[in-house]
Design a protein around this ligand. Structure first.
Ligand SMILES: Cc1cc2nc3c(=O)[nH]c(=O)nc-3n(C[C@H](O)[C@H](O)[C@H](O)COP(=O)(O)O)c2cc1C
Length: 172
């Protein structure tokens, strides 16, 4: 199991082109479950999710982003929110949400799906809140796009690059 997890971490990559094939309800549930089990400061679980199924809402949201086409074409668009009523410390709440999203990102990969993490919209947060009908205590953090990778994703444009460990690890 250790090797499978480590391999999934190494092999996961962002997918930015999807085939139109829908994501099955059971796969979607597994992805959301993976998010649900993420760690969070004081176990506050300061996140909330909105599955953006409405085409009109999706288009409006996409209109606030520089990645309009990608957001509109992904079979699944999940808006991940910070629920300030559940949270207790913005830095720690965001760390928990990062863990939650990474769990879902890895779950999508493990299921043979592709995903892209879109770290917010470039338009105003207020506009996004209006489109998503957010409650007063909620804030859009990011969008997770999920789907079956398009055939073009079989040969991604270049190797994934990571800084070598020695470059950023030090001991004291
Ligand atoms: C906080 C965060 C914000 C990101 N925002 C975007 C984004 O807005 N659009 C996008 O296409 N990718 C976005 N990404 C994906 C990164 O570009 C990607 O993870 C990085 O280039 C490494 O590539 P890999 O995921 O294929 O390993 C984001 C990733 C993170 C963690």
């Amino acid at each position: 199991m250790a090797e499978e997890v480590l391999q999934a971490i190494r092999e996961r990559r962002s997918v930015r082109a999807f085939s139109p094939e829908p994501v099955s309800a059971s796969d979607l549930e597994k992805i959301l479950e993976a998010g649900r089990w993420a760690p969070s400061g004081k176990n506050t679980q300061p996140w909330a999710f909105i599955l953006v199924k409405s085409k009109a809402k999706r288009a409006a949201l996409a209109g606030l982003s520089r990645q309009k086409e990608l957001i509109e074409s992904a079979p699944v668009c999940l808006a991940v929110l910070l629920d300030r009523e559940r949270g207790y410390d913005r830095d720690k709440d965001m760390q928990g949400i990062g863990a939650c999203v990474e769990n879902m990102f890895l779950a999508a990969h493990a299921l043979g799906l592709g995903a892209c993490w879109v770290g917010g919209v470039s338009g105003s947060k207020e506009e996004a809140a209006k489109v998503l009908e957010l409650k007063g205590n909620e804030e859009l953090v990011m969008l997770l796009l999920v789907g079956h990778p398009a055939p073009s994703e079989a040969s991604p444009p270049g190797p994934r690059v990571r800084r070598p460990l020695q470059e950023f690890l030090r001991e004291i």
